[in-house]
Write a new protein. Sequence first.
Length: 320
Amino acid sequence: MDSDDAALSGPAPESVAAPAPNTVAENTVSDDDTPLARELAEITRRRAAVEGQQLPLPERTRVITVANQKGGVGKTTTTVNLAAALARRGANVLVIDLDPQGNASTALGVEHRAETTSVYDVIVGDAEIAEVVQRSPDSDTLWCVPATIHLAGAEIELVSLVAREQRLRTALDAYLAQLDHDIHYVFIDCPPSLGLLTINAFVAAREVLIPIQCEYYALEGLSQLLGNIGLIEKHLNPDLRVSTILLTMYDSRTNLANQVADEVREHFPAETLATLIPRSVRISEAPSYQQTVIAYDGSSAGSISYLEAAGEIARRGAPA
Ligand SMILES: Nc1ncnc2c1ncn2[C@@H]1O[C@H](COP(=O)(O)OP(=O)(O)OP(=O)(O)O)[C@@H](O)[C@H]1O
Ligand SMILES: [Mg+2]
């Protein structure tokens, strides 16, 4: 969390909500020539650019699994904020929380106490997604299939079930087929492991999005992840592709972050988004208000970055 502190005390402004008179920008010696004023102007420009954007909607539902078996790299943060960003730009978006920690359910403000019917009942029991899905207070076009603590036992319970790798896919296909409106994007938030829950997510999706934290050891474990995805593609889901890599918790002031970003781009030039998600206090605060950063502080740099990343994903379209 060292660079988080740096972000707190550093010069980067978080919010660009119309600077009030007599704020720092006005009090500085030369208004538009300080790093702060330049950064504010840059964020204001980026905000206007994303707000003016019309995003294309996909012709068929894009199902995107957000996975990385490393813990704490930004999977959940990326899932909920991309989902909220796309919902805000006019898409119908479903988030499936497949992590017993239930962090995506928390961030989207949906009920997920132990007794709530949830993704556990869909995967291990016979519930349909339609019975457990909840609308997020974040947006009228954003829904969430919550996860409860019961999901923690699912890895073991799944072992003895028929078609144990296909259970989420079967449920999702049935749900999408019976809806009377289109869902444009489904994001599946995975736990930090490569067990049966993550395998269910890989089988249900056509695309994988890998968040990579701009930190030391970032690339460790990546070859194992790609190897597993390759195995799923070969044996269980020939349509699966790693479509997107997103660099998260980027702090431009550290050489290390820049090195990691360069290295990832070198290895995955086609998949890596141009947008980097900065390390941002606003992003880390939002979940404690049961909100995405898009709802919590829509004009912060973190929010704008997720809106930009969502724009890239929408414009690139699904992989062929
Ligand atoms: N860009 C960011 N800036 C600051 N903090 C962030 C950022 N992205 C994520 N965080 C914080 O880092 C922590 C880990 O993020 P997150 O929960 O999204 O990772 P994860 O990969 O889903 O973790 P897990 O493997 O436990 O599921 C959280 O406390 C989150 O709020
Ligand atoms: Mg998570």
